[in-house]
Design a protein around this ligand. Sequence first.
Ligand code: NA7
Length: 584
Amino acid sequence: MTNAPARPSSDTQPIDAVIVGAGFAGMYMLHKLRGLGFSATVLEAGSGVGGTWYWNRYPGARVDIQSLEYCFGFDEDLEAEWRWSERYAPQPELLRYANHVAERFDLKRDIHFHSRVTAAHWDEASQFWQIETEGGARYRGRHLILATGCLSIPTDVTFPGMETFKGPVYRTSRWPHEGVDFSGMRVAIIGTGSSAIQSIPVIAEQAAHLTVFQRTPNYSMPAHNGPIPQADLEAWAKDPRAYRAASKDTIGGFQNEANTTTLATETAPEEVRAELERRWAWGGFRILGAFADTGIDPAANRIIQEFVAEKIREQVADPAVADLLTPKDHPFGTKRPCVDTGYYATFNRPNVSLVDLRADPIVGFTPAGISTQANDYAFDAVVLATGFDAMTGAIDRIDLRGVGGRRIKDHWAEGPRTYLGLMVAGFPNLFTITGPGSPSVLTNMINSIEQHVEWIADCLVSLNQRQQTSIEASEEAEAAWCRHVAEAVTPTLMPQANSWYMGANVPGKPRMFMPYAGGLNTYTEICRQVAAKDYEGFVIRKGDRVLSESRVFTSHPPMPEIPEKLMPIVVERLTAAGLMPAAQ
Ligand code: NA7
């Protein structure tokens, strides 16, 4: 990839909004602002649009929310003219869709490709962001909108001696655009997260032999990919607007029949089983919403864990391999569950083997392959599916400095702090789309993106109408929001897993649950109320004059309806975390 910008190397004309990233978030933000008469420019590191779907071209990559819901809903004509070929569109189709959107709305003329942003400094005197790219181009933006994605910076996992290996080493997240032909090769893959679980069955069909190096098994549900279910297609066709609204008015931003009242622990075992079977047969994430207690009560969670373990045993012929593939160190749903096509059955193939790195850790690479403590393996190619520096990685790699030169890295030294996952105290006019502290990765990203883009656009219109030059989250509101983000997740089992949600996959990263677990529907309502109260929790200025200042955040949602039986667990966890006064 060249560093040379595709457009003139310098452009210091003031721009209303500089947007970083040309994935779905950056594209819609650009389109939305343009339509409102703002000037906007997108800076994108890659050579094309699509973000996640531009970079993650590994074999088998596909979306794990149904495509009917994982697509834009902001334009009825766009929605009407696009037809998805399958329930879960594969990466090439998603990339075609991204390009279709870019062309349909003539977006590329305002996107500078090969433009990785390296620095952005807030200039108090002019009330502008001064932005610089790797190639040395400079921009001045009244607002800086980070549409940098939650899973866009791979972790830099390396192994001793990796540079001595004679064959190629591929990262799933940086897959060669021309594709890779593994025919006749002995291939290794390290990692068993979603990227590996999607690519393993496809690579196994091509390679002479595939060796999977697993450190921690993950839960995976079958996609049952195929034609879009008739019932969904009909519901959508009948009234696309209502269908979209129903998707957004959910916890996860997609229709999942979430049950918020029935407890697995209080339901007859045969009924529990029937319900889990029904949802497993439907496929994907549907099983997550089966009962109200599985995300909170360890006893209820164990029921679902055992159900999935049984499903793994049914699919994998060798009981020892099935056992190794069965998660034991985290409750179901506390790491991002995977959605697969033939993952477990792949281990029945004679050309696939599994190495348990807990029992036999990797010592390093050799010129011929990989050595573990007990074995030497020879390979022709190695695939690293080792994950991402999630949620904060792309933001804190920018030399981002706010008021008084404060660095975002310092502000986030103990974990990301934001107000609504949208803005950061001390960083005026900086917005994050699906940033830490917002529902983002716990939801259908496209619906979360639409909500954020529309909120930010309304905010900019409101500022503009009143000729205000800056908006900044107050420290008080930011602190209150961080507390609320903790309150939303603490009652659940989520913090018990060493997940990337917690920053646990990156050595040295602060442990903090980063996304907002209160649900997209609740979150949308909170954001609406904040704006309706004239942007409560924000300080709004014109130059150095404060025009409006409401520092507190009062738009707390009502406590969610939690079944009575779960209350002792919830209270105990909130009390232990210091989020609830201890009972006298
Ligand atoms: P994940 O889900 O973070 O998975 C990364 C995998 O790589 C996981 O199995 C890790 O094991 C493994 N890993 C990481 N470092 C090592 C080392 N050093 N040695 C061995 N194994 C290692 O990333 P994905 O790309 O699969 O998925 C990310 C998201 O993309 C996914 O959730 C979807 O939202 C789409 P560990 O669990 O750390 O033991």
